[in-house]
Design a protein around this ligand. Structure first.
Ligand code: N2P
Length: 389
């Protein structure tokens, strides 16, 4: 029983160790109540039965949205985005039309500070009580004071995924490196693996942080001089990278790429899809010896959401133990829903790339965040790298 929950304590411990240097700003003093009583507000019209959700691809179990629609009578428009940058640009422009968005915590922090989300109406989301308290405390400390805005969808980590047979074959006499990051960053390996296909996620804030980690810098450095060093390292392997994509499940499952910098659960989905397709290929999400980068994706209600009550209803629905468990079971990502834990299939609960063991958790790099200027500098460096300049 104890062992089962160890990962969650370990996750909060590592995330706590990683960040939380800054104290939250003091709460603003409330304006005094007006002396003259205002006219009674016009009655709020009932919300139309619509909900607009913007989430990452390959993240929601089949049938879950339809089940919510059927039960609630609310029609869901479900769109997807592929990078935090894409979602952020929409939020900055405003009027997204979306009620629920699912940023990574690295971006959610500046988005909260920028007033892009409305506080949750917690009375309408009773199932918040199902969430793992240590994880929520960590999220409150590092990202979302008092857990006012964010509800975890899933978490996971950015790592190296391989098609084992293809990689072993392409490496020939060269043994597998001790540190799996060498496979995607060290010319000795990439020059061999380019023959079976190297794929990178396509986003500055996914690639530059792992590159910084690899060269021994803080993955969440805000110093552009560090980005230059990361770019120098990346330039040496640029010609070996075949695919830039944030939806690489089929590329890996179908054999277009034998090695990838990807998200743990997407690599797990590629493994499952290869098996479904009757391929003999074994696809694995690796645990690099120096650690991998944790991410934490969270639901938030946009400040100008037209359907905040429907949004709260959906969040409450998603937080039911059976729904959070279905996400972990079907999508290969861990959930922060503690009440879901005993509904997770044994093969998922026992998969060390989903529910990571405590001793490896200690090596994981916790998420932090970047200043707006740092993100701009990172994009410039990344675009230069991609163009091969
Ligand atoms: C996509 C999952 C997104 C993980 N399937 C990275 N935020």
């Amino acid at each position: 029983m104890m062992k089962k929950y160890l990962w969650s304590f370990a996750l909060s411990a590592v995330v706590l160790a990683g960040c939380g240097q800054k104290e939250p700003p003091p709460a603003p003093v409330a304006a005094p109540a007006p002396v003259v009583s205002a006219p009674a507000p016009a009655p709020v019209p009932a919300e139309e039965k619509v909900l607009n959700i913007y989430n990452w691809p390959d993240y929601v179990p089949e049938g879950m949205i339809a089940a919510f629609e059927k039960e609630s009578g609310i029609k869901v428009n479900y769109d997807t985005f592929e990078t935090n940058e894409a979602l952020h640009a929409k939020l900055v422009a405003g009027n997204t039309g979306y009620d629920i968005v699912v940023p990574g915590s690295v971006f959610a922090k500046p988005q909260i500070e920028g007033g892009m989300f409305q506080p949750l109406d917690k009375a309408k989301i009773k199932n918040l009580a199902n969430l793992d308290a240590p994880i929520m405390a960590t999220l409150a400390k590092n990202t979302d004071p008092d857990n006012k805005h964010l509800v975890p969808w899933a978490w996971g980590f950015t790592t190296v995924g391989i098609n084992k047979a293809k990689v072993t074959k392409a490496l020939g006499k060269l043994p597998m490196p001790e540190n799996a990051w060498d496979l995607v960053f060290k010319p000795e390996y990439t020059s061999k693996l380019k023959s079976c296909g190297i794929a990178y996620l396509d986003s500055p804030t996914e690639i530059i942080p792992v590159a910084l980690h690899y060269i021994g810098k803080d993955a969440y450095s805000n110093d552009p001089a560090d980005y230059k060093l990361a770019a120098d390292m990346l330039a040496k392997v640029r010609k070996d990278v075949r695919i830039f994509s944030s939806t690489m499940i089929d590329d890996i499952a179908g054999g277009k790429a034998c090695v990838a910098i990807g998200w743990s659960g997407d690599i797990n989905q590629a493994a499952a899809r290869a098996t479904e397709n009757k391929s003999k290929d074994v696809i694995e999400s690796l645990l690099p010896s120096t650690g991998a980068l944790i991410f934490f994706d969270t639901m938030a209600i946009t400040k100008d959401a037209k359907h905040p009550n429907n949004a709260a209803a959906f969040i409450d629905f998603y937080l039911r133990p059976e729904n959070a468990a279905a996400m972990a079971n079907d999508m290969g990502y861990p959930t922060a829903n503690k009440a879901a834990m005993d509904k997770i299939k044994p093969e998922i609960a026992g998969n060390k790339s989903i529910f990571v063991e405590a001793d490896y958790m200690a090596k994981m790099i916790a998420p932090s965040s970047f200043s707006n200027e740092a993100r701009e500098a990172m994009s410039t460096v990344y675009n230069g790298f991609k163009k091969g300049k």
